[in-house]
Design a protein around this ligand. Structure first.
Ligand code: SF4
Length: 331
């Protein structure tokens, strides 16, 4: 049985730098650069990495909100980029998104009832009465009451607004939800509540999540599989347990070494990377990470390392795996 719901193959997106007014020079911004991964039905796949590494662009490509430069995305057996507009519209019922900022993602001039029923109006699902009933049902599912329908977004706290964002994402009964940094704009005290709610809803509605985040503690708690991105490339991927217990890419090791450990006896040394993330316009040759990597050798700036199998589904793109004569240190 094929249990893959999403397959991403050689996905690539280059933006024209001048067109987007990012810089006054010629060239392409290599936002997503030939990445491949798959997500199993009913699982949670985390995409992690620093800001600007291509995580959110990947999400927008999957939904075909922007045109890809190259590559293929298959969702539930269908080639997303080859779908006619009417089929693409239907597919967007099945893939919904929860946004980072609950303040700007809700229309401030609309009451919550209208915000929640709008996706049902767009997709012509149910009668007006059924849409309102569904909105009330979803509000209760996310821990809010029926009276919320009459209120405006500014009458709610940040955590409550994110609950409304979650209710809106679930109202079309999607199979797949892209959670784009869903807790990073919230107070720390609220973050755990939203994470627990997302976990509960994933089980209750048999959902699959693509979880975009830079919070590795959340990844460890919530996610089954991890993909680590650096400068538009997928540099390491595999089951969460394997990646956390044996991170192989020097960038993954550096990211994980910064996770705080609540144990005064565990004096884990943080790996500090030198320099800033290079510009995605003309990124470094060979391995994009070679300008910051503590183990870089000549070959690293000359040849791009392929994504190779470490063990089972654990894969890593680093010349160290091909026997380059340097051993990565364990964080
Ligand atoms: Fe570092 Fe070279 Fe591995 Fe890139 S390929 S991560 S530069 S050791």
């Amino acid at each position: 049985m094929n249990d893959t719901i999403l397959q991403v193959e050689h996905l690539t997106k280059y933006f024209d730098a001048q067109e987007n007014l990012i810089v006054r020079s010629r060239g392409n911004v290599k936002a997503v650069d030939d990445i491949s991964f798959s997500v199993k039905k009913g699982s949670i796949f985390a995409l992690v990495g620093e800001s600007g590494c291509g995580k959110s662009t990947t999400a927008r490509l999957i939904l075909k909100l922007i045109e890809p430069t190259a590559g293929k995305v298959t969702f539930d057996g269908k080639d997303v980029f080859a779908l006619p507009p009417s089929e693409l519209q239907k597919m967007r019922r099945d893939i919904q998104m929860i946004f980072q900022d609950p303040y700007s993602s809700l229309n401030p001039r609309w009451r919550i009832g209208r915000i929640l029923t709008e996706p049902l109006d767009t997709h012509k699902i149910g009668t007006p009465a059924q849409r309102r009933e569904k909105a009330i049902e979803l509000l209760k599912v996310v821990g809010l009451n029926e009276e919320s329908c009459q209120k405006y977004p500014h009458e709610f706290s940040g955590g409550q607004r994110q609950r409304i964002g979650i209710a809106r994402a679930l109202i079309t009964n999607p199979k797949f939800v892209i959670c784009d940094e869903p807790i990073s704009a919230l107070d720390v005290s609220i973050q755990a509540q939203i994470i627990n709610l997302l976990k509960k809803l994933q089980v209750q509605f048999d959902l699959t999540y693509l979880f975009i985040t830079h919070d590795l503690r959340v990844v460890r708690f919530l996610c089954d599989t991890v993909g680590v991105m650096y400068l538009g490339k997928l540099v390491e991927t595999g089951p969460t347990d394997a990646i956390f217990s044996d991170p192989r890419h020097p960038y993954t090791q550096a990211l994980f070494s910064a996770i705080p450990v609540p144990d005064p006896d565990n004096e884990k040394e943080e790996i500090l990377l030198e320099g800033d993330v290079p510009s995605p316009i003309d990124p470094p040759s060979g391995c994009h990470f070679h300008t910051r990597c503590p183990y870089a050798k000549e070959i690293c700036s000359q040849q791009e390392p392929p994504l190779q199998t470490v063990d089972g589904e654990h894969k890593c793109a680093c010349h160290l795996l091909s026997g380059m004569n340097v051993a990565p240190k364990t964080p």
